[in-house]
Design a binder for this molecule. Sequence first.
Ligand SMILES: Cc1cc2nc3c(=O)[nH]c(=O)nc-3n(C[C@H](O)[C@H](O)[C@H](O)COP(=O)(O)O)c2cc1C
Length: 423
Amino acid sequence: MIRILKNKTLLLGITGSIAAFKAAGLASQLTQAGAAVDVVMTREATQFVGPLTFESLTHRHVVTDVMALLPDSTIGHVAMAKRAHIFVIAPATAHTIAKIAHGLADDAVSATALDTRAPLVIAPAMETGMWENAVTQENVAKLVARGAVVVEPGIGRLASGASGKGRMADVDDIVDTIRAVLGRGGDLANRKIVVTAGGTQEPIDPVRVIANHSSGKMGFALAEGARDRGARVTLIAGVHSQRVPRGIELVEATSACEMRDAVLREIADADALIMAAAVADFRPAQQAEHKIKKGQAETIALELVRNPDILAKVAERRKKGNKVEDPAISPALAGGARVSGGNGRNLVVIGFAAETNDLLANARAKLEAKNLDLIVANPVPQSFGNDLDQATLIERGGAVTELPPMPKEELAEKILDFVNTLR
Ligand SMILES: Cc1cc2nc3c(=O)[nH]c(=O)nc-3n(C[C@H](O)[C@H](O)[C@H](O)COP(=O)(O)O)c2cc1C
């Protein structure tokens, strides 16, 4: 289940493109995420995939004819247009885009587009020639000017067998866009939330690193959850195994020093910082210029030096009235930027404690030492790479909430609920 999709009625329009078969995956994914998915199809779309496919996947009636009535005798495309929270046309042919841009309504998809007041998302799919044609670009621009959101086609193999721009965006990217559009005006709207995710890597030599097992799942779930609630999200990602979601600004930061610079830069105008990344405490004192050879030695010693403590730096900044006093940290920070930026609100800071032992005591000590608003204590290695997490939330005032094991997406929502209480 995805919170923003649960109990929403999504209207999926399908038109006559070879990419129509991918709409089956989209309908299935949205239905499984908790949405009610109504489907309207053009006559040409039904030549590529039958309505039975969509009826089976969504367990709902599919409209393929502008003149068709639903079993309760309401007019199919009108009833669907009225109850939709969002109208997504995927794939959208050049022909249907042109019709909608000009207000034609002689098939189920274009008539629905004309009638609905739901936000419109289109995922165009067509040959490169059709996509690049000035008339298609003008039609797309008209729809954008009226508020439509376009999920840009990518480059890849097209219906003709040629390769070029015009291939429908990936289903995951379309789902991301739907989530972001539905989330507009959510309870975190007009807030900037900075999330760190993944693990850091500290180079030993040009081919070896000190790393950790963080997958980035928790941080990515937080970033997606915040986006779905209307926030402007900057995700500072170290090394991870996640798909980069749409609707989020991604900043890559591989080492602890890079992550510190990125965090201190990004919090300058942020409302909340959530540090879910697993940051190395130490790095090699020196990075060897060439690959270290094994030689004859049975053992070698690696000297490590302490990495900057990012949360301690953030805490220092908060204590000093949020003034940036160390421009050497990053030249981009020079000039007295403030932690709580132009919005005048305080920065909410949330940390994670990943511990193998004495979890709660260690977490409490970190909460105090780093002056956090909330710490999420979770046991490792169990939580690393796992879809589930069993966390305990400890608040600055001492309140403790022990949570049962739950998917990281759900835990992310609980943490974001907390951000929302500290407006
Ligand atoms: C095999 C095949 C693939 C097609 N793929 C596309 C396509 O990806 N995009 C597109 O705009 N038109 C494509 N067309 C042409 C459309 O089906 C045609 O323009 C049709 O009128 C679209 O009708 P509709 O927009 O009402 O569904 C394809 C046609 C065929 C025969």
